[in-house]
Ligand binder design. Structure first.
Ligand code: AMO
Length: 439
């Protein structure tokens, strides 16, 4: 018996066959996308990772037995077709294949939970319930190919810039980010949580002499609200750098984003086309706007914002319209930033923190960090946090902690920008939100 994998061994992906291959025998394998039976001729569209190939079976050229096999092929069944390439200007890639052999590899049940050929998209919830079929659609898989390319570029960028990749625990004992709730878990006889951020660990790495570290990993936020930008489990790209200032951290972030944009533009042309999305690529340095200026802009648009307020949704929208694509917001009040943020040397009420925005979407936040033990201890107290819960973190600041800076960027949010997705759930294979824990 021929091994099933031998049967499936393709000679070409759909995008690798062109009119230049006319007359050649090729073998393609994939999913039955669509079948059109016109009586004397059957058209079968076969879909693979890279596109679609038309299989054309005229009853005059193809055996009666094979005509039967083709007619019996159900949508989404896996088949392999061997045949001769023929030019066909109206077919995908300008070719069609006249089959000489068809193997049915695995039959799909009907009805399908989701139709991959529907012109109008199903509800997002229905799609997420059957994500494995949803991603068969090229305009959906394009999002994950772009996300993969983005993560690959980010990793390369860090390796090229002398960063060490780290992985830190996600089962943790304490909170790091004020303002969002923690997910409590049962950890034997102790109280524990899912990590909101690798913040404490990446800072502790600064005391090890590794100098520059990065992590790409999941963060967990028990956000109460249900928005198009928040998930309860998100992917974060975190960087932390010793002996580097707030400005150095901002420059690294900006240069990383520009590298990612250039790379996606170069390597994901087909995916961008599948999505009908054009990248917004800034050539100038990202503008920097102070928190005070943000207050002026927002208030001048009749949206109320007082000193010490975080950005409301309405404020983000105003800024998105006023500021254009990528921009930094700096000089935030200390009162609304986490305990580890270094106050500015100019004014202790103003922080060294920054947010990177894309229009009305916050992509990243970061800062120079406090490296002085006594100051850090007093900031914990000032934020009503118990320094005893941070004992192991604080220890790293007692025996030679370099000054340092860093940031965390939402990888799913960045993917929204790169793919033009309006809902963060589109950019995550299996999103976790208030209502969704499966699949
Ligand atoms: P922050 O809490 O601002 O900062 O998070 C950093 C970035 O992570 C993304 N993000 C989210 N994405 C989707 N859903 C969520 N619920 C969610 N929460 C956050 C955002 C955000 O800008 N420790 C600091 C970073 C640092 O200073 O290094 C932190 O976690 O894009």
């Amino acid at each position: 018996m021929t091994d099933i994998f031998d049967k499936c061994k393709r000679t070409h992906y759909s995008n690798q066959i062109s009119p230049e291959n006319e007359g050649e025998t090729v073998k393609v394998t994939g999913w039955v996308h669509e079948i059109r039976d016109l009586g004397g001729i059957v058209f079968l569209l076969l879909r693979d990772k890279n596109g679609i190939t038309q299989i054309t079976a005229p009853s005059k050229k193809v055996s009666a037995e094979m005509m039967e096999d083709i007619r019996a092929a159900r949508k989404e069944t896996i088949i392999t077709v061997t045949g001769t390439v023929q030019k066909s200007p109206k077919a995908p890639n300008g070719i069609e294949i006249i089959p000489s052999n068809i193997d049915i590899i695995n039959v799909a049940q009907l009805p399908l939970p989701l139709d991959t050929t529907e012109k109008v998209d199903a509800e997002l919830d229905t799609r997420l319930d059957s994500r494995f079929i949803d991603i068969r659609k090229h305009d959906v898989s394009a999002i994950f190919k772009i996300k993969s390319q983005m993560l690959h570029t980010a990793r390369n960028y860090f390796y090229d810039h002398d960063f060490t990749e780290i992985t830190t625990p996600k089962l943790v004992a304490s909170a790091t980010e004020g303002g969002t709730e923690l997910f409590p878990i049962t950890y034997f006889e102790k109280e524990a949580f899912l990590g909101q951020s690798p913040q404490l660990y990446k800072q502790m790495m600064m005391a090890t002499g590794l100098d520059n570290v990065f992590e790409i990993g999941q963060i967990f936020r028990a956000e109460e609200h249900d928005t198009l930008r928040h998930l309860n489990e998100a992917l974060s790209i975190d960087a932390e750098m010793s002996f580097r200032s707030q400005e150095d951290a901002m420059n690294t972030l900006e240069s990383l984003i520009k590298t990612i944009l250039a790379n996606i533009q170069e390597n994901c042309a087909k995916e961008l086309e599948d999505l009908g999305h054009e990248l917004d690529i800034p050539t100038e340095p990202f503008p920097v706007v102070s928190y005070d200026k943000v207050l002026d802009i927002v208030n001048s648009h009749d949206v109320e914002m007082n000193y010490g307020d975080d950005l409301s949704r309405a404020a983000e929208k105003v800024l998105g319209e006023e500021m254009g694509s990528y921009y930094f917001i700096t000089e935030w009040p200390m009162s609304i930033k986490p305990f580890y943020v270094m106050p500015s040397t100019k004014d202790p009420e103003i922080s060294t923190s920054f947010d990177l925005m894309y229009r009305d979407l916050e992509l990243s936040s970061g800062s120079q960090r406090i490296h002085d033990y006594d100051l850090l201890y007093s900031r914990l107290e000032a934020k009503d946090l118990n320094p005893d819960s941070f004992e192991k973190y604080l220890e790293a600041f007692k025996y030679g902690m370099p000054p340092h800076s860093g940031w965390g960027m939402g990888a799913d949010r960045l993917t929204m920008v790169l793919t033009g997705s309006k809902n963060i759930r589109e950019t995550v294979l299996f999103p976790r939100d208030r209502r969704r824990l499966t699949p």
